[in-house]
Design a protein around this ligand. Structure first.
Ligand code: FAD
Length: 450
C-alpha cells in the first residue's frame, strides 16, 4: 500500500523554460505542499502554477509531447480525488483567483477558477451579494462550477451553475474560448454539469443574488431510530418554504448510537418568518444540541487555505439523488450506517428553485429531485459499501457526480440520463476528440460520420 511516506518515485520530465519557471517538482522545498489533494496522495512530475491561458495551453502541449498524465486542479477538494497524479503534469489554477464585481447593481460577477468559494463569498459580501455554492469554503470554484453546485441556499436560489452567464476555457488544442448562451451555446450547455470533460475553465461570469444576513441553525439529533428520523426530516424539508435549505450528516455518536447533525439555513433575517419556516425541520427528532444564530452568509463558508495531505480518509463514496425520502428509502439509507458499511452518510436538500430550471437547459439535468445522498467509507470497506448500496440504489433517481468516486459507465448514465449523455458524447467528439480531458468521469465519444 502506498502512503505519503512511501510514494512511488516521480520521474523527471523536461520542461521548456517558460513552464519550468512555474513548476514545483520532486525535490523542491514546496513540493510536499502541492503534490497531494484533500483526498489523495500523489507524486506528479510537475505541478505547474499557471498564471495565464497561454501557460495552460503550453502545459497541455507539454503533457501531450511527453505523453504523461494530465490533471487539472482548482481547489484540490475533488471528492473523486483526481486533481493529482503520479508522474504527470498537474495544471494548478490556484493563482488564478480573482473575484471581480462587474456590475454591483445587476450582480454580475467574474470569478477565476482557482478561487475558493469562501473567498468568493467574502469578496461579494461588501456588495450585499452572494452565490449559493456549497457548504465548504475551501472547495474550489473550478471543480464545483463545472459540475453543479448544491449550496446552503439552493432551495431559494438554485444551483451555482444556474447562475452562470459565461465561461472562459482553454480547449484541448490550446485555443481560448469564451462561451455563453449566444457563443458556442452547445459548449456552454456542456460546461454546466460536465465541464471537466471539455477543457480547462479559467473563469466564469455569474449573476449573484442580493443577500443580507441569514439565520442558521446547527442541530444535533438523536437518530437512534434512524429510518423514522430520516423520513420525518425529509418530509419536513420538502414541505418547508424555499428560504430553507438543510444539509444533514449521519454518523455514530460517542456512545455508538446514530446521531444526525444538520446545518439548516433560512435565507433571511425576519425571525418570526424564520421560526415558522424552520420549526418543523428542527423538530424532526429528539434534539441533543442546538445553536441558532444570525450571520452574514460568508461566515458560514470560511476558508483556511490549508495545505493538502490527503487528510480525508473516507475516500470511497457512493452517491445518488432522491425525489423523496420515503419510508423504504429511509430504511435502505439507514441500513448503510447501521450495518456499519459507511461511517458517514450525508443528505443535502435540493429541490425548490433548483427544479425551476428545465432539465434540458444544461448538462446538469436533474430537476425533479429533492435530495442528494452520499455515503463515504475507507477503501478497505469499498466492497461492503457497494453491496449495501444495492439496497439503496433502487430508490435513487440520478446522480450528482461531485459526491461520487466511482467513474464507471453506470455513474455516467445516472449523471447524464438518456439524451443528455448522447448529446455530451457528440460534443466530446467535437471539442475533445483526442480525449485530453479524460481524467475524471471520462465521456466516450460518439461515432461521428466523417
Ligand atoms: C469537504 C467537502 C465538501 C463539499 N461540499 C459540497 C457542497 O456542499 N456542494 C457541492 O456541490 N459540492 C460539494 N463538494 C464537492 C465539490 O464540489 C467537488 O468535489 C469539486 O470538484 C471540488 O472542486 P475543487 O476545484 O476544489 O476540486 P479539484 O480537486 O481541484 O478538482 C476536481 C476535479 O474537477 C475538475 N476541475 C477542477 N478545476 C477545473 C477547471 N478549472 N476546469 C475544468 N475542470 C476542472 C477536474 O476534473 C478535477 O479532477 C464538497 C467537497 C468536499 C471535499
Amino acid at each position: 500500500m502506498r502512503t505519503t511516506d512511501n510514494p512511488p518515485p516521480a520521474p523527471l520530465i523536461s520542461l521548456p523554460d517558460s513552464l519550468a519557471a512555474l513548476a514545483t517538482r520532486p525535490g523542491d522545498s514546496d513540493y510536499e505542499n502541492v503534490r497531494h489533494t484533500y483526498t489523495r496522495t500523489g507524486s506528479p512530475a510537475a505541478v505547474l502554477r499557471v498564471r495565464t491561458p497561454h501557460d495552460i495551453a503550453a502545459a497541455l502541449a507539454q503533457a501531450r509531447t511527453a505523453r504523461v498524465p494530465l490533471t487539472v486542479r482548482s481547489g484540490g477538494h475533488g471528492i473523486s480525488g483526481r486533481s493529482t497524479n503520479d508522474g504527470g503534469i498537474v495544471v494548478d489554477l490556484s493563482g488564478l483567483n480573482a473575484v471581480q464585481v462587474l456590475d454591483a447593481r445587476s450582480g454580475l460577477v467574474r470569478v477565476s477558477a482557482g478561487a475558493r468559494w469562501g473567498d468568493v463569498a467574502a469578496s461579494l459580501a461588501p456588495y450585499g451579494l452572494a452565490l449559493s455554492s456549497g457548504d465548504t469554503g475551501d472547495v474550489g470554484v473550478g471543480g464545483l462550477a463545472t459540475a453543479g453546485g448544491l449550496g446552503l441556499m439552493s432551495r431559494l436560489h438554485g444551483l451555482t451553475v444556474d447562475h452562470m452567464r459565461a465561461a472562459e476555457l482553454v480547449l484541448a488544442d490550446g485555443s481560448r474560448v469564451r462561451t455563453d448562451a449566444d457563443h458556442d451555446p452547445d459548449l456552454f450547455w456542456a460546461v454546466r454539469g460536465a465541464g471537466a470533460n471539455f477543457g480547462v475553465a479559467t473563469a466564469f461570469e455569474f449573476q449573484a443574488m442580493p443577500m443580507g444576513d441569514v439565520i442558521a441553525a446547527v442541530t444535533v439529533f438523536d437518530a437512534a431510530d434512524t429510518a423514522a428520523f430520516l423520513t420525518r426530516w425529509g418530509a419536513a424539508v420538502t414541505a418547508a418554504p424555499r428560504t430553507v435549505t438543510s444539509f444533514l450528516t449521519l454518523m455514530r455518536g460517542p456512545d455508538g448510537k446514530p446521531v444526525a447533525q444538520t446545518m439548516t439555513v433560512h435565507a433571511g433575517t425576519d425571525t418570526e418568518m424564520a421560526l415558522e419556516a424552520l420549526t418543523p425541520v428542527l423538530s424532526a427528532g429528539p434534539v441533543l444540541q442546538r445553536q441558532a444564530f444570525v450571520t452574514p452568509y460568508h461566515r458560514l463558508v470560511p476558508t483556511a487555505h490549508a495545505a493538502h495531505y490527503a487528510q480525508q480518509p473516507l475516500t470511497v463514496s457512493r452517491s445518488g439523488l432522491l425525489e423523496h425520502i420515503t419510508e423504504p428509502a429511509a430504511a435502505a439509507i439507514a441500513s448503510v450506517l447501521v450495518a456499519g458499511k459507511a461511517p458517514m452518510v450525508q443528505l443535502r436538500s435540493v429541490g425548490g428553485a433548483v427544479n425551476d430550471t428545465p432539465a434540458t437547459a444544461m448538462a446538469y439535468a436533474h430537476r425533479t429531485q429533492n435530495f442528494s445522498l452520499m455515503a463515504a467509507t475507507v477503501p478497505a470497506r469499498r466492497d461492503a459499501l457497494d453491496q449495501q448500496w444495492e439496497r439503496v440504489y433502487p430508490h435513487l433517481k440520478g446522480l450528482y457526480l461531485s459526491f461520487e468516486t466511482g467513474t464507471g459507465r453506470r455513474q455516467l448514465q445516472d449523471a447524464f440520463p438518456g439524451a443528455v449523455l448522447d448529446r455530451l458524447m457528440v460534443l466530446k467528439s467535437r471539442y475533445d476528440p483526442d480525449h485530453v480531458f479524460d481524467n475524471n468521469f471520462a465521456l466516450p465519444s460518439a461515432d461521428l460520420p466523417g
